[in-house]
Design a protein around this ligand. Structure first.
Ligand code: ASP
Ligand code: MG
Length: 303
């Protein structure tokens, strides 16, 4: 690696370290309990149907006679944890074996960490408010470290909240089916995109069936998706109906369904990739450029 590239990586990792410190501080201050992650489970996020996902498979291991999956995300575990903890967050390592062609998007990794949080009895507006306060906090904290950003020839980004809100229907009408990249390029601040048809755990709006109480936050300047989340389906009958619609094999979700049968609290939450955030803040070409150990689909692993 060239000396210049090495020192840029060091700066990006230092900014990443500040982001981790600020993030944990913010969520603690907001009354969230930090939980340690799990990496294997009897059920995990199906990641679909979601046009944004292209994974080859979910790795599984048989351990002492039980089939366990590596975490695509801890979203199902978050719902279980919210029963006891109410408000929680996790720095959660995820494995998503994306196809090699995904290298070209600049924003996919096959191993990454997300800050995943969940709030019992919350609605989507509550989550959006927490997220906007988080970005205000980042603006304040990172603004103290202008010298670090100057090493990359940039200034710390100043987030201006509240962010604009669109529905995916509006974005599709304006930018076409693949709206994410052109819409992102067309904005100078992050914006919300509401109502995506995706995984069973994102709650359907019963006042408007076929519409969903979920949200993505999109970075501006062509950086694309930052965060996704939703109010959750929490009633057993609704969960099984949605899983049936998605033709998911119930066996894979048996452990989760047992928890659902005992009863979930209504909740909402979201998750955002730390590496994508650091990529955006440091204007890196590829999200792999902010990793000490690159985990880019289709790229040889050095160590
Ligand atoms: N953690 C979830 C995911 O990775 C996001 C969410 O909370 O819905 O899809
Ligand atoms: Mg999801």
């Amino acid at each position: 690696m060239q000396t210049q590239e090495m020192s840029e990586l060091k700066t990006r990792l230092e900014i990443g370290s500040l982001v981790l410190r600020a993030s944990t501080e913010f969520f603690h201050e907001q009354g969230f309990v930090q939980m340690l992650p799990v990496m294997l489970g009897r059920s995990t996020d199906p990641l679909g149907p979601d046009p944004g996902s292209m994974i080859i498979k979910t790795p599984e291991v048989e351990y002492e006679g039980t089939l366990l999956y590596t975490m695509n995300s801890m979203v199902l575990h978050k719902q279980v944890a919210a029963k006891k903890l109410g408000r929680l967050f996790i720095l959660s390592p995820n494995i998503r074996l994306e196809k090699g062609e995904r290298k070209a998007t600049g924003k996919h990794l096959f191993e990454f960490t997300q800050l995943d949080f969940e709030m019992a009895e919350a609605k989507k507006e509550d989550v959006m408010k927490v997220v906007e306060s988080y970005f205000d906090f980042l603006t304040k904290e990172l603004g103290k470290h202008g010298e670090l950003f100057a090493q990359l020839g940039i200034e710390p980004f100043s987030f201006k909240t509240p962010f604009r809100v669109y529905t995916t229907h509006e974005l599709e009408a304006k930018y076409g089916k693949d709206w994410e990249f052109p819409a992102s390029k067309d904005h100078e601040q992050p914006f919300w995109a509401l109502c995506h048809k995706r995984e069973f755990y994102d709650k359907e709006d019963m006042r408007e069936p076929g519409h969903y109480l979920n949200y993505d936050l999109i970075y501006p300047l062509g950086f694309g998706e930052a965060l996704s989340g939703a109010e959750r389906e929490y009633e057993y009958s609704r969960i099984t109906e949605r899983m049936g619609r998605d033709k998911l094999g119930m066996e894979r979700y048996r452990a989760y369904l047992e928890e659902a049968k005992e009863g979930f609290r209504p909740s909402a939450g979201a998750g955002f990739g730390i590496e994508r955030l650091v990529r955006f803040l440091t204007r890196a070409q590829h999200v792999g450029d902010v990793q000490m150990f690159r985990r880019v689909p289709g790229e040889a692993i050095r160590i």
